[in-house]
Design a protein around this ligand. Structure first.
Ligand SMILES: [Zn+2]
Length: 285
């Protein structure tokens, strides 16, 4: 006998299906799906509260490999094609090429094309629950004092804080460092609490199957090759129906206005490893 689906279950199922389907298109993404720990202009500190969602495989974060390239004050990031997708990557090729020359100068140059790990967590931003699931991306901290280290330390002492019934929210305190860059001062666990009392929300949030691939743009080989060769973002060529290298006629800026507005600071000049985790990692480049 066919089991009859209740209206409520049907509604949730349909909602979930459209949720997982519609957001697959990168073009439809709006900024509200990215969580960040930046501060607004004039803001000296802020507190944000998030609930980390459990991962499907028991891992609450995904590791993603990125490249970055300085463009003026901006450091846009790109998915490494080799380490994420096991295919040819222009950044990694440039890295290899310089490194294989063997001398100190070229080895130093090679670093510019290194890939580095970052982490992607799915969170509910308690101040903006209506936005639904948000993606929080931050870079690995090689001093082991980064955001992930802090969260893992809490997990070790308090158990699985991502548990939907008995997990915990996290309070993130953000301040500015001596260079005026936002940094995470502390991450503190709240008392145990359910993810939500709303069953519909729980099903929707926990049923979100998106991964970093769905929400952060992956550029192809040709696009990345132009960046490696020119150090600038490519421009769209209508006639060619493809990307090409920027010329003088395209103007001096490698970013569109929205991108330029986003704050991104140079982490390498900072002594605090956490800055890297606070930069505009939410930008979907
Ligand atoms: Zn690469």
């Amino acid at each position: 006998m066919e089991k009859k689906e209740s209206d409520a279950v049907k509604r949730i199922r349909e909602q979930l299906e459209s949720y997982n389907k519609s957001d697959k298109s990168y073009a439809k993404h709006d900024p509200s799906i990215y969580f960040n720990t930046l501060l607004k202009d004039g803001e000296e500190s802020a507190t944000k509260t998030v609930r980390i969602l459990p991962g499907e495989d028991g891992n609450f974060f995904q590791t993603v490999y990125l490249h970055k390239m300085q463009m003026g004050k901006q450091w846009p990031k790109f998915h490494c094609l080799k380490h994420n997708f096991d295919t040819n990557c222009p950044f990694c090729e440039a890295n290899q090429e310089y490194y294989s020359k063997g001398d100190k100068e070229n080895k130093e140059l090679a670093k510019k094309y290194n890939s580095f790990p970052a982490y992607v967590l799915k969170v509910i931003d308690r101040d903006n629950e209506d936005d639904g699931v948000k993606f929080w991306r931050f870079s690995h901290d090689f001093t082991n004092k980064g955001i992930l280290n802090k969260i893992q330390a809490i997990m070790e002492s308090k158990g699985d804080i991502t548990d939907p019934k008995e997990g915990r929210d996290l309070t993130i305190n953000i301040v500015r460092d001596q260079n005026h860059n936002p940094i995470i001062n502390s991450i503190i666990q709240d008392d145990k609490s359910p993810l939500t009392d709303d069953k519909d929300k729980a099903i929707l949030w926990l049923g979100d199957k998106r991964t970093f691939v769905d929400v952060y743009k992956t550029r192809d080989y040709e696009y990345l090759e132009i960046i490696v060769k020119t150090g600038l973002l490519p421009v769209w060529d209508k006639e060619k129906e493809g990307y090409r290298a920027r010329t003088e006629n395209d103007g001096p800026v490698g970013f569109n206005n929205n991108q330029a507005k986003a704050k991104e600071e140079d982490s390498s000049s900072s002594t605090n490893g956490e800055v890297d985790g606070n930069k505009a990692d939410d930008l979907p480049f």
